[in-house]
Design a protein around this ligand. Sequence first.
Ligand SMILES: N[C@@H](CCC(=O)N[C@@H](CS)C(=O)NCC(=O)O)C(=O)O
Length: 287
Amino acid sequence: MFCLRSLLLPKYSFTLSLFSHNYKPIVEMARSSLDEISDTGAFKRSASTFRNFISRDPNSQFPAESGRYHLYISYACPWACRCLAYLNIKGLNKAISFSAVKPIWGRIKESDDLMGWVFPESKTEVLGAEPDHLNGAKSVRELYEIASTNYAGKYTVPILWDKKLKTIVNNESSEIIRMFNIEFNDIAENRTLDLYPSELKAQIDETNEWIYPDINNGVYKCGFAKKQEPYNDAARQLYEALDKCEDILSKQRYICGNKLTEADIRLFVTLIRFDEARATAIPVSAG
Ligand SMILES: N[C@@H](CCC(=O)N[C@@H](CS)C(=O)NCC(=O)O)C(=O)O
């Protein structure tokens, strides 16, 4: 039988591997995920900052117009790839453009040592990544600086960018996918697909409530933990949650029943890049 544990083992490190080529001591990386450590040594994710909503209402501040919005992603980032998956599955590729940064962090500003997502110099430098033709930014940090003069948070992807107002609409993937699911239905090619249908909302929410902390964010809690105890806790929760998925998916096709939903996409993008994205750093053992 297909086993989630065997897919993920033995090298259980995750996202830090993406950053490892240019790894710098944490003190030089204020305002990145690597800096979000509590007193107990546990990874503590801060909330996303840009939380505007695109609406199908043409009179709203951010109306769902074709050609107006751009999605910045990294193929290495599961949060960003949720949004990319939605872009494709909803048939929004013609309405919303997207581009990818380089998959490995670089220095994001000449004047300091902060590391983060950077754009390549040319389209041929790194497969899939391309220079920022929209804003001419060298790094994702520059996009945040265009959008806000006093931004003090992390420089994360995904970013849903408004080309017209030259600002970030939203940088929270769980909200971006909800917008893509419904708000663009007047222009989406696959408008009848509803990945958050009303009859399954409660079940999807309930599923997200354990998959998010234990798996989606759980891999970061393992990878970024700075002490043994929080690492052990996160790894135990992660393995228990994977076993729970295994159990559910051995009895039914999708995580919330017989229909593909948001909960599947959110789980899949984390699972699919375990081996690819976390090969070199912070191994997670079966505990
Ligand atoms: N809450 C955000 C999280 C996004 C996030 O953490 N992205 C990571 C990449 S996997 C990032 O861009 N990190 C950059 C940094 O920490 O500086 C979402 O779900 O959209």
